[in-house]
Design a protein around this ligand. Sequence first.
Ligand SMILES: Cc1ncc(COP(=O)(O)O)c(C=O)c1O
Length: 437
Amino acid sequence: MTTKTKSAGLWEERARLVSSGSAAYTALVLDRGLGAKVWDVDGKEYLDFAGGIGALNVGHCHPKVVAALREQAGKLLHTSFHVAAYENYLEVCRELIAVAPWKGPKKAILFNSGSEAIENAVKFAKAHTKRKAVISFDNAFHGRTLLCLALDGKYKPLRQGLGPVPPEIYHARYPYAYRPPHGLKAEDLTEYCLSELEKFFLVDCAAEDVAAIVVEPVQGEGGFIVPTPGFLKGLRAVCDKYGIVLIIDEVQTGFGRTGEMFAVEHDGVEPDLLVVAKSLCGGMPLSGVVGRTEIMDSVATGAIGGTYGGNPMSCAAALAVFGIFREQGLVAAARGIGEKVKLRFDGFRDKYAFVGDSRGLGAMRAIELVSDKKTKAPLAPARVKEILHACEDRGLIAIKAGVHDNVIRTLMPLTLSDADLNRGLDILDESLAAFKL
Ligand SMILES: Cc1ncc(COP(=O)(O)O)c(C=O)c1O
């Protein structure tokens, strides 16, 4: 007789107690984590290449984050920034303003989640421009609140049956070099997408009615799509031409992941509003918007914020994260990790008939799986899951992305050792090798 594991029992409880609306990338029930490793409630060890969906660039339970939280817990848990200011909120704003990649007067504000920060960035843009329309992109992901659903460039399962969503939100085309439209060449995509945008202003919504363009500098949930060269610069020029606010969503790309503190720095593009979350805070909930002062001060006092935004515990953790980035050189570490992963992923593309593409920026890398390299037909999600489960059985947590759910992405902590990186990549290789089309 086989005895049920504690994980299996708790997983049944999960099904009984928790709404089925919550995604389940793995069947794991975790007990603890340290660095790039986690242990489930049955004591099995896993390497974590999901990193809390990109929230753990400093790794699980970084000792400095834990120490900062312990100290803060004895001092002040909560007051609400609306009621009274506190120093570590101001220090996080000071740090964010210092790392935001452009010159000129800036201000910041803190929230709890990426979605909440995106919602508020759009509010700032609308108040500043006194315009109503917003442009986002196909394959985009900005969150699961109603406004974010409207921005998301994936209908199922995000938006289906949950509308109506806020109006006056339009989707433009993001340059997806592996799947260019109308048989275009990748090198023509930047010009095509930017000219489509100009056409959009004639056909769907005049540029002078557009408050903001919201864009991920590398699409995350959409499948780690790196835009073709010049696209982000082109968007900057469009925004300058028409007085549109450029909102850069660095929720997943931010905090070193791509080998720069922020992904826009690769292109030298300056945002008007920069949205941050996830790895800002080492596993605690915190997000923020940093932006040009005249935009950040355009909203009526009291219109923005919430009870918990910029909670003192999260701020204490974020300040520890800023210190860790400086002391451990994590931005440079992302470059080193990225080079190693790229080499292996390019090898997977050459070796396996079902690995159609290897792409990414810095340590934000992915492979896209197909059932046929010529037609690029996406590998069915159930088959992708087989590979991910095989990884899990061998002790690696890896997660999917992509509008077709056929992309495997890496969001490992940037603190992981070479040995762990190689072991994780070996496990993925073994799991791919064991897969039969
Ligand atoms: C680029 C991007 N923006 C926004 C969000 C939403 O963040 P949150 O889940 O914290 O609301 C995510 C989450 O994955 C994201 O990847």
